[in-house]
Design a protein around this ligand. Structure first.
Ligand code: C2E
Ligand code: CA
Ligand code: CA
Length: 599
């Protein structure tokens, strides 16, 4: 006979894995108070009753997992089917219970109550058994019903917990605004799927933040919804769409034939671009959503879903940073980015391990051939990557926020060195140190004050330093940089415009900013004797310098010929490998400071 009272999902072994911990204490307690060898919580299904929890004690013949086949003679089966408590004082003396299988193991007395699941169906029983005739008084039966309710409460709690975790899982797998499956769902689906060839297209709304800031949060969310709906509408049957963020989604395309994955992806990408070439209408506004698509392929299960997703994400970023709207994952580019990332990770330990140091390159007067100063150039000897040059690490330091502390250290170190030279070796009193300043440093509100403070602290005459800015740095935040320049100029600090000729080479910048020195970029100096255009440009800058009362430095002088040519053109100062490459502090001192003192 099938037992309609047990819930259909009843499976004693499954639920026994997650039994509430209090149940063992409950059966132990009741066995002790009732002074019986066995107190049990039983779970049943249509075939048998199973011991879920059994009181501890040497005299207890029931063990967790023991099963009794369903029969009408079974005490617990009776309780479960009637839904009522059952009290058997002595089965041997009661005809209806004389075939009860528990008699065989000596259990003749029984008291049991039904336990209900939260949905009202019978879950099982809670019972006590004894070897001798027993009358279980009301104290015991009341205690049993009280503890029975506590067992039912813990079942309800367990049920609610289960529902809650299912809800959380659902929320994790579906995005509430777009109702689209999320990345975790994709991961779950494809990590367990036997796919052959897979393509992921990573689509990003590259103006999402601007759009959100201009439309407001609410309309931006509405737009997100439309954005997803539009993509969903043109999706081929073998592709799935997943939500990544409010501005990003992925399309996963699965194919059996791998001969034209790229062609298919390109076709889909051009469909998407065509779709978003039309503005989206929203609340009487029409909004253009520019998208960038990154793409990666896995032929014959070459990559796992997670690896492929990472590659498509990187491809999208690679594309966006190079202004492309469709970009296929490029492993070399990724290697480079990875290297940059790893270098960036080294900054904090580099400071701690004092891996940075300064090199100095002499600056020569074209008139007297004497050294008038030097340019401080930062170097990084890293424990992991060895020598790293500033052209590589300065832009990375700017991006990751390490430039300002590094810039401060460079200024401090250059001033410390200059202070030492001035104090101990007293070179030419006009000797100066030129320090390169990055645009990031100029964005600090207190930049000028900080430099002036540092000069005071080291007791250094402000005219003994020259700060080199590029034109790009001047323009990065024109008003703020102008205020810094004016403060610095007022304090007596000299300012140079570096790499002149490569950027805007604007006359108005030379006029508007308080600039003292212009450094002609080395690319023109290299070609001075080779290219008519370079020599015209150098001549032009030199005559402009005379006109605006600026001093001109030519950098990148590598030969006697170029040096003579610059002297002929009446250039003021020169710098280059012809005299020396940038060198360490001690070598520079030996070569230029001590010699200068002797003279
Ligand atoms: P820059 O400011 O234009 O510095 C001149 C660069 O040209 C230096 O390269 C120098 O070693 C090199 N150079 C000098 N004479 C010659 C020559 O005759 N031939 C050739 N081929 N090269 C010559 P370095 O030290 O590798 O620096 C590269 C760039 O990195 C610098 O260009 C500057 O933009 C940046 N940098 C270097 N040190 C610092 C620093 O302390 N702070 C900041 N913010 N940037 C720095
Ligand atoms: Ca420079
Ligand atoms: Ca330069």
């Amino acid at each position: 006979m099938t037992n309609k009272f047990f819930s259909s999902s009843a499976n004693a072994t499954d639920s026994s894995n997650t039994l509430p911990p209090l149940w063992q204490d409950i059966v132990d307690l009741v066995a002790e108070i009732a002074q019986v060898p066995a107190a049990l919580i039983m779970r049943g299904d249509s075939k048998c009753m199973e011991v879920l929890v059994s009181s501890r004690g040497d005299d207890n013949p029931y063990h967790v997992g023991d099963k009794e086949p369903i029969s009408d003679d079974l005490y617990c089966h009776h309780v479960a089917t009637t839904g009522l408590p059952l009290h058997v004082r002595n089965a041997l003396q009661q005809d209806e219970w004389k075939n009860n299988p528990d008699i065989k193991i000596g259990m003749v007395a029984y008291y049991g109550i039904p336990i209900h699941s939260p949905n009202g169906e019978c879950y099982g029983t809670f019972c006590i058994l004894d070897r001798k005739e027993r009358y279980f008084d009301s104290k015991i039966t009341q205690l049993m019903s009280l503890l029975g309710r506590s067992i039912e409460t813990s079942l309800t709690l367990q049920d609610e917990n289960q529902k809650l975790s299912q809800e959380i899982q659902q929320r994790d797998h579906y995005h509430s605004l777009t109702n689209l499956p999320t990345q975790s769902q994709a991961q779950h689906a494809y990590e367990n799927k036997d796919y052959r060839h897979l393509t992921i297209l990573f689509i990003r709304n590259i103006q999402a933040y601007d759009i959100r800031d201009n439309l407001g949060l609410l309309d931006a969310q509405r737009l997100t919804k439309v954005f997803y709906q539009q993509v969903k509408a043109i999706l081929p049957s073998n592709a799935d769409i997943y939500y990544i963020s409010n501005s990003e989604m992925i399309l996963v395309q699965e194919t059996q034939k791998g001969d034209d994955l790229q062609g298919e992806a390109e076709q889909l990408a051009s469909q998407l671009h065509a779709l978003f070439s039309h503005p989206i209408a929203l609340n009487k506004k029409s909004i253009t959503v520019p998208i960038s698509i990154g793409c990666a392929f896995s032929y014959d299960k070459e990559f796992s879903f997670s690896e492929l997703l990472d590659m498509a994400t990187v491809a999208c970023t690679q594309g966006t940073s190079t202004g492309k709207t469709f970009h296929i994952f490029n492993p070399e580019q990724q290697e480079k980015r990875k290297h940059y990332y790893e270098v960036t990770q080294q900054f904090s330990s580099a400071f701690a391990n004092s891996e940075f140091y300064l090199n100095y390159q002499p600056i020569i007067s074209a008139l007297t051939d004497e050294v008038v100063g030097c340019e401080a150039l930062v170097r990084w000897k890293n424990a992991k990557f060895g020598m790293i040059y500033p052209d590589e690490f300065i832009p990375l330091a700017e991006q990751c926020g390490a430039m300002n502390p590094l810039g401060d250290w460079i200024i401090d170190e250059a001033l410390r060195c200059l202070h030492g030279w001035q104090k101990e070796q007293q070179p030419n009193p006009d000797f100066y140190v030129s320090i390169n300043i990055s645009s990031t440093q100029l964005c600090q509100d207190d930049f000028a004050d900080k430099v002036i403070g540092k000069l005071k602290a080291q007791n250094i005459n402000p005219s003994s330093i020259l700060l080199e800015f590029t034109e790009t740095a001047l323009l990065s935040n024109e008003a703020q940089v102008m205020s810094h320049c004016q403060k610095l100029a007022k304090a007596g600090v000299k300012i140079a415009l570096d790499d002149f000729g490569t950027g805007f080479s604007s006359l108005s910048h030379l006029h508007d900013f308080p600039i003292d020195v212009v450094k002609i970029d080395k690319s023109f100096i290299f070609n001075l004797n080779k290219s008519q255009k370079s020599s015209q440009l150098v001549k032009g800058i030199l005559s402009l310098g005379k006109l605006l009362d600026l001093q001109i430095v030519a950098e990148g002088v590598e030969s006697q010929d170029v040096c003579s040519h610059l002297q002929f053109l009446k250039c003021d100062f020169m710098q280059g490998y012809y005299w020396n490459r940038p060198m360490g502090q001690t070598e520079f001192e030996k070569k230029y400071i001590i010699t200068a003192k002797k003279k």
